[in-house]
Design a protein around this ligand. Sequence first.
Ligand code: ASP
Length: 349
Amino acid sequence: MKKTILPVAAIAALITACEQPSQPSGETRSPERAAYSLAIHGGAGTILRAEMSPEKEAAYRAALDTALNIGETVLRDGGTALDAVEQTISWLEDCPLFNAGKGAVFTHEGKNELDASIMDGRGQQAGAVGGVTNVRHPIRLARAVMERSPHVFLSGRGAEQFAGENGLEIVDPKWFFTQNRWESLQKALQQEAGQNNKHGQLKLPDHNPDHKFGTVGCVALDREGHFAAGTSTGGMTNKKWNRIGDSPVIGAGTYADDAACAVSCTGHGEFFIRYAVAHDVWALMMYKGLSLADAADLVINKKLVEKGGQGGLIAVDKDGHIAMPFNSEGMYRGFAKPGERKIMIFREQ
Ligand code: ASP
């Protein structure tokens, strides 16, 4: 495997917050069932080749490569799918290129409110948090909710209190600030003010088709045959009223069950909640006997398209097959299994 070198110092600076761990060694290819399998996404949306500079593309590819290395190292060394997902997403949360942790988008009020969830395919245990503002790694908090509380889903101040009580790293909310996300909010606010003046009425926060997403997710199958899935996000720019999207909603943004698959979604969250997207993939496999590829394709490219929902997902099945469908222009994505690795951004890859 080749290590991607960042060509431009300015772009390299974008990901200086992201440590670069060592590379895993080569692997042999397994023609049938992969010994382990890992997939990641860094969000779906309007990602066009024409608008992407080579430097920016290189920075994203390097970040995805590093994230894959982290998860693959855990799985290759016999670690659990759960650890691989948590560690991979924790790193992506620290990487300012993505809309999760540092680099999260801003709410209407200029805050970062973070959502995350994790699910363990063994026994379908799950943990989730919504609207946290000072926890450096929301995915770790989601795991703590799963493992150390009797609950599945905590939100806001209570979730932050739980984080403090359980020794999670608490940071000043300024930690999550990035200039480009701040500028995106200013643009959205200006557009919204223009709209409101034009129509003489308050415009509700809506999905902006030009919005670049950047949510992160990871699914994994470990050597023991167990699955895990996780998703982490800042949500959508200019969100109001403590809006929470699909990412922390088990069955919408995240799902894992050792009987079938692990799924992590990204896209316009309201649609993913209403159509229980992650669970729908699982249900089509369990109840209709569809393959992972067919189930994921049906949900993203037919059902969601008919409803007008934009986005995509990553998923892995019991043989380590990976599906990564999306109905937007692009999706930051990649996978790794013994002897195979690919990183993709645009549609035609
Ligand atoms: N699904 C996320 C949300 O709606 C956003 C994204 O995936 O880009 O909060």
